[in-house]
Design a protein. Structure first.
Length: 263
């Protein structure tokens, strides 16, 4: 299976131009799954709730979802990334996993970051794992990374590969991802964006460094801080099904849950 990451700089509010740009960056790509950053079509720093509402789209068949369905069919690859989803009074930061046949899974960001708490509603759907082309796939979004429970839940549900779309501003996740890959023995692919947004008196400098690790911590993809690019790695998803760290250590069944206090 070929998994790719697109790292780029969206222009805030230029949804059509950003979608066109993604379309041209991916026009001759050969992947099974391609990851885009979080909020890849709108940008990140919304001035207020009204502005977010203006850019939010319904699911299914909002503008961004429709564009990804067309692109996914054209390039015969699933596409993953997030958009602002309006659903009644709520606006979620929602990841789409769009398959070439148009079928789409969503995940709504559970752990909101900083100012997102002012405008977005926290996700109300569980972490889930599903099959795609022989791989068991899980989804998460940006700040979910700081909670090891996010990765652990997906891994315990059987994920071979965790797809992680991001707009990272803190410098920690790229390194932390290594620990989550090896402690769960899963593939993790993390797509970040680059560039700076300075709006409403808030400056966000996005840290790039998109990364993909194997279940044993090999770096399969690593991008620079300012690199605008698409990179692809070939994986055998079933490599993530061997949970033995040594002959006598299984990373799930060796857990001593009676000693953990997780509530
Ligand atoms: C983040 O959750 N966008 C840092």
């Amino acid at each position: 299976m070929k998994v790719g990451i697109l790292q780029y700089k969206p222009e805030f509010g230029e949804v059509e131009a950003n979608l066109d740009r993604i379309g041209s960056l991916l026009s001759d790509i050969d992947t099974d799954i391609i990851l885009l950053p979080e909020l890849f079509a709108t940008g990140y720093v919304f001035e207020n709730g009204d502005e977010l509402r203006y850019y939010a789209e319904p699911f299914p068949d909002g503008r961004t979802h429709k564009a990804l369905k067309v692109l996914s069919e054209k390039i015969d690859s699933a596409i993953f990334g997030s958009f602002p989803e309006i659903n009644g009074d709520n606006i979620y930061n929602t990841a789409l996993f769009v398959r070439p046949d148009g079928k789409t899974r969503i995940y709504r960001k559970i752990h909101l970051f900083d100012r997102e708490k002012l405008f977005f509603t926290p996700g109300n759907l569980p972490f889930e794992v599903f099959e795609f082309r022989g791989a068991r796939v899980g989804m998460m979004i940006c700040f979910d990374w700081i909670f090891p429970e996010s990765y652990r839940t997906l891994a315990l549900k059987g994920a071979d590969i965790i797809l992680h779309c991001s707009n990272l501003v803190l410098p920690f996740c790229q390194k932390a991802t290594y620990a989550h890959a090896v402690s769960n023995r899963v593939f993790i692919a993390m797509a970040n964006r680059i560039g700076t947004e300075n709006r409403a008196g808030v400056e966000c400098v996005f840290t790039g460094g998109s990364i993909m690790y194997s279940p044993t911590g090999d770096v399969l993809i690593e991008m620079g801080e300012d690199e605008e690019n698409v990179r692809v790695a070939e994986i055998s998803p079933s490599d993530a099904r061997n949970k033995f760290a040594t002959e006598r250590n299984h990373v799930f069944s060796d857990r001593r849950t009676e000693f953990y206090e997780l509530d």
